[in-house]
Design a binder for this molecule. Structure first.
Ligand code: AMP
Length: 298
């Protein structure tokens, strides 16, 4: 069976590691490259962009749908996180996914589960400060999924900027035989980054949430215009956030895209990152900024 025949088949759903390994093994034996897009479901066009990228490069595309309890804090939204498997399967099928792995929690974390992965340093910054243990849960579940699926290429979104940096570092540090692709952020027409958590936003919150992307645009405008005083840029970012009364800022800053440490000099590329609570919902966003050549040369 050719790759195009496989891609036309309706999406198959498996719940056990054995069924997953059997299906992936069969695809690999027929010479297909395996692509993986891990998700927590509540799928939107951002998730589908990862699936499309996988479809364009791989003969067999696996999506995982698993709301991972170990990356949620005790007071976070694990129980109310949006779940709609039928809708998600339709989204996967529309994006050309071949196989969906949708395991029960007890299969991923049996009672004797005691092993966790921690990417030290990177995991304690920014999101890690506000969400202790979050990245330990993320790294652990991603490593498990990579071991279960053994993809040639795994796809992650730039939307979760710190997450992709941590996953790339984990794969490099642990010598995992997988390529990591990071796909651009998909936004609504008005600039709001798509997120499964946007469904929590009231109409007023939804309008106020635009302060996050605006604050990134402020940074891009200043840096792109040649501003070299990054403290000034940070202040302008925070001012933009503070202008919205419904927005409670957590951080808004400029960091090195690999180390995620704050930068004050003029690297060629930096990342503007922002997190804020809007109403009861915590949102994150980011933008990669390439410095203007005159500044980069100075
Ligand atoms: P999640 O279901 O939130 O765990 O996200 C699954 C994957 O989709 C992660 O790699 C996210 O970074 C990615 N993703 C989420 N939102 C977007 C978006 N707006 N654009 C691109 N990728 C996204």
């Amino acid at each position: 069976m050719s790759a195009s025949d496989l891609s036309r088949r309706p999406v198959v759903v498996v719940e056990t590691a054995k069924a997953l390994r059997d299906a992936v093994g069969a695809a690999r034996r027929s010479g297909l490259k395996i692509g993986l897009t891990p998700t927590m479901g509540a799928l939107h066009a951002g998730h589908q962009s990862l699936m499309h990228a996988a479809r364009s490069e791989c003969g067999f595309v696996v999506a995982t749908i698993f709301v991972n309890p170990t990356q949620f804090g005790p007071h976070e939204d694990f129980h109310r996180y949006p779940r709609d498997l039928a809708r998600d399967l339709a989204a996967c099928e529309a994006a050309g996914v071949d196989l969906v792995f949708h395991p029960p929690v007890a299969a991923m974390y049996p009672a004797d589960h005691a092993t966790f992965v921690e990417v030290a340093g990177l995991s304690n910054l920014w999101e890690g400060k506000s969400r202790p243990g979050h990245f330990r849960g993320v790294a652990t579940v991603v490593l498990k999924l990579l071991n279960l699926v053994t993809p040639d290429i795994a796809y992650f979104g730039q939307k979760d900027f710190q997450q992709q940096a941590i996953i790339r570092r984990m794969c490099r540090n642990l010598d995992l035989p997988v390529e990591i692709r990071v796909c651009p952020i998909v936004r609504d027409a008005d600039g709001l980054a798509l997120s499964s958590r946007n469904v929590y936003l009231s109409a007023e919150d939804r309008a106020a949430a635009l302060a996050l992307s605006r604050c990134l645009q402020v940074a891009a405008g200043m840096v792109g215009g040649g501003e070299t005083d990054l403290a000034l840029v940070r202040r302008a970012m925070r001012k933009e956030l503070a202008a919205s009364p419904r927005v409670e800022p957590d951080y808004a800053t400029l960091v090195d895209p690999e180390t995620l440490e704050e930068v004050d000099d003029c690297p060629l590329r930096l990342a503007a990152i922002v997190a804020a609570r809007v109403g009861t919902t915590r949102l994150i966003d980011n933008l990669l900024i390439d410095r203007c050549p005159p500044c980069a040369q100075s």
